[in-house]
Structures are given as C-alpha cells and as structure tokens.
Ligand binder design. Structure first.
Ligand code: ZN
Length: 180
C-alpha cells in the first residue's frame, strides 16, 4: 500500500528549486495503523501541502480536511466526524542544526531529505474531537436510539431473576431442632 511506504512522506528537498511545490497525501486506516498508540483508527484525511523552498529554509503550509470515524457517546451509532485544520512548519537548513521544536525543524546542509510521517500523524491527532456525538440535525434520532437503549437496559434489569439463595435463620433453627 502506498501510504505505508517509507518514502511516501519523505520530502527530498535537496532536489527542489526555490519556489512553490505542492504535495497531496491521504491519511487512511493503513496510515494510522503504523502508530499502535493512535486514538484514530478509521479515518480519511486529505492533506494538501504547499512548500515554499528558499535558499536556507522551507515554509510548509498544510491543509487537512476529511473525516474521522468514531462511536456516538450517547447512542453508540458509528459516525463520521468531519475535520478540518491548518498547520505550518518551518524547516531551516543549517550548517549545525539544533534541536527541533514543534513548529521549527532544523536540517543539516548536508542532508537531502526529511520525513513527514510523524508530523502528519501528530497534526491529524490534534483534529480528534474530545467526544463523538451525533450532529445537531441527527439529535432526534440520537435521542430515540438513546431512549431505546435505556429502556432495553431497564427491561433487562427488571427481567433478571433475583437469585434467591437466602436462608432464613428460623428455618435453620427448626432443622437443628428436628435433628436433635
Ligand atoms: Zn448519537
């Protein structure tokens, strides 16, 4: 699968002329499966990258849009949560690169490429909603499913036979008397 290839998210900047360059990525299930700790499992997110190559630095502007699948917290229906976001990364080309920050990376003048896999994963993870709930126009159906779940749960509690395993101490005493 293309998205699992190690070179798929590699920017070979040494070959890039100064100016703008465009890239498109698709982050799908296979992409997120590379990260076992990922809270996103099912998703389809398109990424448009506009990279401006300058002599000593690159400005990378990302536009992410798509959807992440989750389960409604209220009615447990599977739903697609639309997501959208922007990210900007500055990559500086230095003789002696220092430690990267979240927004600024440093690459050596002798390097010829860098990897975006982790960065794309982290940018997509930031789009994950705190909780999944049905959309406002789906609220009625959500309420109905929720109340059907609730009544189902209440019924099954009501129909659970009580475990009658009580021993009446008086019976125990009577039994003792009979034996004696
Ligand atoms: Zn719902």
């Amino acid at each position: 699968m293309a998205s699992q290839s190690t070179t798929a998210y590699e920017i070979r900047f040494s070959a890039l002329k100064n100016g703008f360059h465009y890239y498109d990525y698709a982050l799908d299930q296979a992409f997120f499966m590379q990260f076992p700790e990922s809270l996103i499992t099912q998703a389809f997110i398109n990424v448009r990258l506009c990279l401006e190559r300058k002599t000593r630095e690159m400005v990378l502007d990302f536009r992410l849009s798509g959807s992440i699948q989750g389960v409604c917290d209220r009615c447990l229906t599977e739903l697609d949560h639309p997501v959208e976001g922007d990210a900007r990364l500055l990559v500086k080309i230095e003789d002696e690169p220092i430690e990267n920050t979240d927004q600024i990376w440093y690459v050596s003048t002798t390097a010829w490429s860098f990897q975006l896999t982790e960065y794309l994963y982290e940018s997509a993870s930031l789009l994950l909603p705190l909780r999944f709930v049905c959309r406002a126009d789906q609220q009625l159906a959500c309420d109905e499913r929720l109340s059907s779940w609730m009544s189902h749960a209440t019924n099954s509690i009501a129909h659970t036979p009580e475990v009658v395993e009580q021993t009446d101490p008086r019976w125990e005493k009577l039994k003792q008397l009979k034996i004696n």
